[in-house]
Design a protein around this ligand. Sequence first.
Ligand code: KMH
Ligand code: ZN
Length: 274
Amino acid sequence: MEKLIITAAICGAEVTKEHNPAVPYTVEECVREAGSAIDAGAAIIHLHVREDDGTPTQDKNRFKLVMDAIHAKYPDVIIQPSTGGAVGMSNDERLQPTELKPEMATLDCGTLNFGGDEIFENTENTIKYFGEKMIERDIKPELEVFDKSMIDMALRLGKKGYIKSPMHFDFVMGVNGGISGTLRDFVFLRGSIPADATYTVAGVGRFEFPLAAAAIIDGGHVRVGFEDNTMLAKGVPAKSNGELVEKVVRLANELGREIASPAEARQILGLKQK
Ligand code: KMH
Ligand code: ZN
């Protein structure tokens, strides 16, 4: 079986220090949290950035600052900026980090309810626009799907030339408004992608580790991190993103799956070697 790629989603746009005091806002905190995850075995850092007070931003200069600071200490790691940003941001605001030509970036494949009155808006034209920009900038999209219909959207737009194959999906499961985090729905999603596609699974909250175990067994890949879940176990807050990655590494060891380095992750995902 292919080695396991672990992605750490270290901060997200919604989670705050009130949820867990280790959620990073400043550049130094982002380097600390990315470092803890990389040292534990993460090959990819899925990155959102914040102002020092925690306000989410898609500012290109802030991304550059954080990405350069992480790469200064960890030159090999794959940094995957978010183009989802935070609810309510405009398309061009969200696309700013792609101007830095990262190896990968997320591409969200549909609109969903995002709690309360919030709607995370990704119209068909938005997805096409983001797809075109990523092809133009030679960026491999991680296709974030929060429901089965979003896989169908990606496949349809792939046929029209907006997304290249082989595709790489991220099943984000357990968001209120998206698909559930059950094993039944995991099997449904993973059975709905093309044979040449790869996937990672990001289980939200209590679904994080059960779905990680399912993907480890199935030959898929795993995302963990404060963006999705801040707890190491019920009632036990994680002290760092690294602790969440360490738990995935323990599961992988028990289940006989080796961990991919960033170079091995590049090979699995078809990215150019550095
Ligand atoms: N913060 C969410 C609204 C992504 O990174 O591409 C969107 C999100 C998805 O986190
Ligand atoms: Zn994200």
